[in-house]
Design a protein around this ligand. Structure first.
Ligand SMILES: [Cu+2]
Length: 151
C-alpha cells in the first residue's frame, strides 16, 4: 500500500509537470508502460489526453518504432471475462479529458521488437485529425509497481 502511494505521487508529479501549454493543441500527459520480460510480444501504454481547445480532436492512427502495430483498445466484460476491442477513432471532445488507465482503455503495442527496460523511454507517433502529427515519449516503469494496482 505504501508503494502504491509512492507510485501515485510519482505519477502526480509527472502529470502536473508544466508542459508547453499550447492553447491550440491537444496535450498528452504522463505516458508510461510497464517493463517487459524476455519474449513478451505485446504491452499496454497508459496516458491522459487533455483538450483545452475549442475544437474536437480525433486520433486516427498511431505507431511506434519499437512495435509492428499500435492500437487503442477499450475493455469490456463478456461472460465475466475481460476482453479488449480496438477503438478505430478515439474522440477527445473540446474541453474534455480522456484517461487511459490499467483496467480500462489503453494503447496496445503488438509485435514488440525489444524488451522494455525500467527507466528507459520510447516514442509513439499519433496522427490527429488526419493531418497533425504528434510524437510523445513513453516512460518505462518497474513491473513491481503493477502489482499494487491489483490489490
Ligand atoms: Cu489491448
Amino acid at each position: 500500500m505504501r508503494n502504491f502511494k509512492y507510485f501515485f505521487l510519482i505519477l502526480l508529479i509527472y502529470f502536473y509537470t508544466p508542459s508547453k501549454s499550447n492553447q491550440n493543441e491537444l496535450v498528452i500527459h504522463g505516458a508510461y508502460a510497464f517493463e517487459t520480460f524476455k519474449g513478451q510480444k505485446s504491452c499496454a501504454v497508459y496516458l491522459s489526453f487533455f483538450n483545452n481547445t475549442n475544437t474536437d480532436f480525433e486520433i486516427n492512427s498511431l505507431s511506434s518504432n519499437i512495435a509492428d502495430k499500435a492500437e487503442i483498445h477499450g475493455t469490456f466484460i463478456d461472460k465475466e471475462v475481460v476482453k479488449m476491442k480496438k477503438i478505430e477513432k478515439l474522440k477527445i471532445k473540446s474541453k474534455d479529458q480522456v484517461y487511459l488507465q490499467p483496467g480500462g482503455m489503453h494503447i496496445m503495442l503488438m509485435g514488440l521488437k525489444k524488451e522494455l527496460i525500467d527507466g528507459t523511454t520510447f516514442p509513439i507517433d499519433f496522427l490527429i485529425n488526419n493531418k497533425e502529427k504528434m510524437k510523445i515519449n513513453v516512460m518505462v516503469v518497474s513491473s513491481k509497481l503493477r502489482e499494487n494496482f491489483i490489490e
